[in-house]
Ligand binder design. Structure first.
Ligand SMILES: NC(=O)c1ccc[n+]([C@@H]2O[C@H](COP(=O)([O-])OP(=O)(O)OC[C@H]3O[C@@H](n4cnc5c(N)ncnc54)[C@H](OP(=O)(O)O)[C@@H]3O)[C@@H](O)[C@H]2O)c1
Length: 350
């Protein structure tokens, strides 16, 4: 492990502005925080939307990227969940803080909230980036989302419970993890992707896999009714339209969990009265989510067991370079990746 504490980051200078690599301040963790020496950091579609479209009100210059994996460098007061030197992964506070740069993942040292830090054992840092998201767990198991039955922490799926979930977009980073978790909990999974990603979805455990662009997919999924849970991990008109068509003629109340607000997700797709879309806005500090948060992020919890034992499956991680590659990563995400988690390794010299 290098001993230098000189920090370096990929800064975005302003909304929709250029990205440049230059030094950043080194911060020590405050109460309830952890300082991580970053070995791998993720870039996600939200980073591309901020960098290319300026979708959020952030304080600039700032540092994008989430989640982050590396070694614990220091812990703040009241933190006993992890120890210095431990290998961990964590979500970041870059968006919830409004862009405070010390919380962005695309740098060599980052401050995170201890509640989000999870030990990963010997799992490779890029793999941890691809598999550690809280979002799919929240979508499936949060009381304010699908509120499905949680799996036991085990690589062996629970006995089939006879309930079905449609996970539209199974080759997305969020969709792939959702398939894995739903299967482990004993659900029957129906999912969609492009045909070249069918082997991935099969490996994740999907029971029924359909071509997202094939006109016959709507009628084939209709044949699988009843479907108990609906999750659109893409949440664009290209996904909401076929889901609406699948639901055409259904009279019961249906709620579809989405991951984007209507303003960004093809608001032109009109659903009948009985079908509602609900964007996942998971607040891990909300009282109603504390039981779930403890179950997934607590010491020895579901994510820690899954990551250290290596049985959580998602899309493959692709390390594209060091901090100098952040701009390229943003471009690739903006154009759209296929079954890939884009990863940066900030100590690589490029
Ligand atoms: N609300 C939240 O808390 C939250 C959290 C995380 C992410 N998000 C949002 O959720 C969305 C997904 O994020 P992500 O990281 O999972 O995305 P991603 O991995 O970058 O998504 C890429 C995948 O999307 C698939 N895809 C694109 N259009 C599709 C369609 N019409 N039908 C089915 N699949 C389609 C592609 O499939 P093929 O290549 O197989 O065609 C590709 O594999 C993003 O918009 C992100 O901003 C929201």
């Amino acid at each position: 492990m290098a001993s230098s504490r000189d920090n370096l980051a990929a800064w975005i200078v302003e909304a929709k502005g250029r990205i440049e690599v230059r030094p950043s301040e080194f911060f020590m963790p405050e109460k309830g925080e952890v300082l991580i020496r970053v070995q791998a950091s993720g870039l996600q579609p939200a980073d591309a939307k901020v960098a290319k479209l300026g979708i959020m009100n952030l304080k600039y210059p700032t540092i994008l990227g989430s989640p982050v994996a590396g070694f614990v460098e220091a812990v703040g007061e009241d933190v006993d969940k992890v120890k210095v030197g431990e290998r961990v992964v964590s979500g970041t506070m870059i968006f919830t803080s409004g862009g405070v740069a010390k919380f962005g993942a695309s740098q060599r040292f980052v401050i995170v909230d201890a509640r989000e830090v999870v030990p990963i054992g010997n799992t490779a840092f890029p793999t941890a980036i691809a598999t550690a998201s809280q979002t799919p767990l929240a979508a499936l198991y949060a009381p304010g989302a699908l509120n499905m039955s949680r799996p036991n922490p085990s690589p062996n799926p629970a006995p089939a419970n006879g309930k079905k979930i449609l996970i539209w977009g199974g080759s997305s980073a969020m969709g792939a993890l959702s398939i894995c978790y739903a299967k482990l909990a004993g659900y029957t999974v129906i999912s969609t992707s492009s045909p070249h990603n069918f082997p991935l979805l099969k490996d994740l455990g999907a029971d029924y896999i359909f071509d997202r662009s094939d006109n016959s997919t709507v009628s084939k999924i209709k044949e699988l009714f009843p479907i108990d849970y609906w999750f659109d991990t893409i949440s664009l008109s290209s996904s909401l339209t076929p889901i609406r068509d699948i639901l055409d003629g259904v009279k019961e109340q249906v709620e579809i969990i989405t991951l984007l607000p209507p303003s960004m997700s093809g608001g032109e797709v009109v659903f009948p009265e009985n079908v509602k879309t609900k964007m996942l806005l998971f607040r891990n500090k909300a009282e109603e989510n504390q039981d779930l948060v403890q179950w997934m992020l607590g010491k020895g919890g579901y994510l820690e067991q899954g990551l250290t034992e290596g049985w959580i499956k998602g899309v493959p991680a692709e390390t594209i370079g060091g901090l100098g590659a952040v701009a390229e990563g943003i471009e690739r995400l903006h154009k759209g990746v296929s079954a890939r988690k884009i990863v940066i390794e900030p100590w690589i010299e490029q």
